[in-house]
Design a protein around this ligand. Sequence first.
Ligand code: CO
Length: 293
Amino acid sequence: MKMNDDIFEKYRDAGRLAAKILAQGAKEIRIGGSYRELVESVEGRVIDEGAGLAFPLNLSLNEDAAHDTASADDERVFAKSDVAKLDLGIEIDGYIADTATTVDLGNNSLLVDASKAALEAAIKAVRPGVTAGELGAAVQFEIESRGYRPIANLTGHGLARYVQHGPPTIPNVAISGGGVLEEGMVFAIEPFATTGSGHVGERARVEIFSQIAQKPVRIPSARAILEKIRDRKGLPFARRWLGEKKMDMAIPGLIRGQVLHAYPVLSEIPGSLVSQHEQTLIVTEDGCIVTTR
Ligand code: CO
């Protein structure tokens, strides 16, 4: 394995912990349950275990594919027939495990199976020399052969220390070429299957942000936000984590000033459904090790 043993162990520990906590979180989802309680319970468990959150727990429902999470005053509850995606990122000393699953509260097991099978097919294809485009082809084939569409403008991504979205990009559709996989690469594969169009757009709702620049800011509430998120080292944070309502008001200015980046909720067409599965893996000499199981 072309990776320092200490680093490998940290990826592996983060992966095992993420797998355990994601499974517990998925089991806690029930009709009538509160989004906010679920999200706080999962995030709290990560902290209690002594790990860090690589990003806020994403909880995205039905046609929403990604980047939603509970707000501080969220009153939403799980309803019958909901398709809930939980996407968890944890880090140990900056080494990230990124994993996601879908909980079906209705009769959508075929849709759920589609993203799961696509992920397994892509993992089987991983070895040095294979291109990211070939993984995308495997994802697309599994999803389309089940009568659904892969979401073309969402992708898997490379991981590095304190970097949750780096190269290589792992597409969910066949593309020609793409990055060539090498031993020691760490990345997440995350197929999304949908009954919708195969493309997501941005909603007005934004709950997740990250700091992208260090600039002097004068407004006290803006300064307070940057102070509060300083230990994130650029990793994303939730509006919910800021606590005070007043702080929140400084966010738009920080986005305009290009200090913060916003992650709007990414959504398929209204009334459609989206499923997602994700694992993190490390490329080995002849295949890969999935860290998140
Ligand atoms: Co991911």
